[in-house]
Design a binder for this molecule. Structure first.
Ligand SMILES: NC(=O)c1ccc[n+]([C@@H]2O[C@H](COP(=O)([O-])OP(=O)(O)OC[C@H]3O[C@@H](n4cnc5c(N)ncnc54)[C@H](OP(=O)(O)O)[C@@H]3O)[C@@H](O)[C@H]2O)c1
Length: 219
C-alpha cells in the first residue's frame, strides 16, 4: 500500500508515521511537510511544500496512492471561528479535493475530535467546524472516508505535540493516564493505537463513517 501523510511533524502524525514505517503492508509513505522533519527511512519520501491551499506544483507526486492519513490540524484555543475554519475546513478540503480527483480509489482518514458536531448547528465553535469538515469530506468521491474522533491520547515512544496546550496538558495528566485507562478504557487511546487504527481503516474494508474512541481502540 502507498500512503500519503499530512501532519507528520505533529503528535498524532508522528505516531501514524511510526506505525506506517513499521507495518509491512505499507510499501511507501509520502509525507507532506512545511519543513523537513529530518527523519529518514527507506520507505519514506518527504515532500516539502509551502502552500497547503494549492497543490498544482506537486500534483505529479500525489498520484498512485491508496490511502491518505490527514493528521494536520490546529487547536481552536485563541482562534476566531474564521481563522479556525480556514485551517480546519478550507485547507483540508483544498487537499482532499485534489487527492480524490487524482486517486479515485483512495481512502481518506481524517483526525477530527471527540464531540465533533455533525449537525453543524451546536454552540461549541470547534465542534461545529469539525462537523462541517467531516460532512464535506463524506460528500467527496473517495473510495471511503474515515472520521476519527479521538479524545485523550497518550503520546508514546518519545512523541510530543507541537501545540503547547496539548504538551502541558499531557505533562500534567501523564501520571494519571494509566489509572484513567484502567477505570474507563475507552476514554483514552495512544498515538500507537491511533496509528494502527488509521492504517487498518485505510485498507478500505470498512464502510465510510465516524470512528469514536471505542472503535479506535478495537481496530
Ligand atoms: N493531541 C490531542 O490530544 C488531540 C486529540 C483530539 C484531536 N486532536 C486533533 O488532531 C489534530 C492534530 O493534533 P496534534 O496534537 O497532532 O497537533 P500538533 O502536534 O500541534 O501538530 C499539528 C500538525 O499540523 C501541522 N500544521 C498545522 N497548521 C498547519 C498549516 N497551516 N499548514 C501546514 N501544516 C500545518 C503541523 O505542522 P508544522 O510542524 O509545520 O507546524 C503539525 O504537523 C488537530 O486537529 C487536533 O485538534 C488532537
Amino acid at each position: 500500500m502507498k500512503v500519503l501523510l499530512f501532519g507528520a511533524t505533529g503528535m498524532i502524525g508522528q505516531g501514524v508515521l511510526r506505525e506506517c514505517l513499521l507495518d509491512p503492508r505499507i510499501d511507501e509513505v509520502r509525507s507532506i511537510v512545511r519543513t523537513s522533519s529530518g527523519t529518514t527511512h527507506p520507505k519514506l519520501t518527504e515532500i516539502v511544500h509551502g502552500d497547503f491551499f494549492d497543490y498544482a506544483a506537486i500534483e505529479d507526486q500525489l498520484t498512485g496512492l491508496d490511502a491518505c492519513y490527514f493528521c494536520l490540524g490546529v487547536t481552536s484555543a485563541g482562534l476566531t471561528e474564521e481563522a479556525y475554519h480556514r485551517v480546519t475546513v478550507d485547507l483540508t478540503l483544498a487537499a482532499a479535493t485534489v487527492l480524490c480527483r487524482l486517486n479515485p480509489a483512495m481512502t481518506f482518514g481524517y483526525i477530527s475530535g471527540a464531540g465533533a458536531d455533525s449537525s453543524e448547528q451546536g454552540r461549541i465553535m470547534w465542534a461545529r467546524v469539525k462537523g462541517q469538515v467531516e460532512n464535506a469530506l463524506l460528500r467527496l468521491p473517495f473510495r471511503a472516508v474515515y472520521l476519527f474522533r479521538p479524545g485523550a491520547i497518550r503520546p508514546l515512544h518519545g512523541i510530543t505535540s507541537r501545540t503547547r496546550l496539548y504538551r502541558t496538558l499531557y505533562l500534567l495528566l501523564g501520571p494519571f493516564l494509566p489509572l484513567l485507562k484502567a477505570v474507563s478504557p475507552d476514554s483514552l487511546t495512544s498515538t500507537e493505537q491511533l496509528g494502527k487504527a488509521m492504517i487498518h481503516a485505510g485498507l478500505g474494508d470498512l464502510p465510510s463513517g465516524v470512528l469514536e474512541m471505542r472503535d479506535i481502540n478495537r481496530l
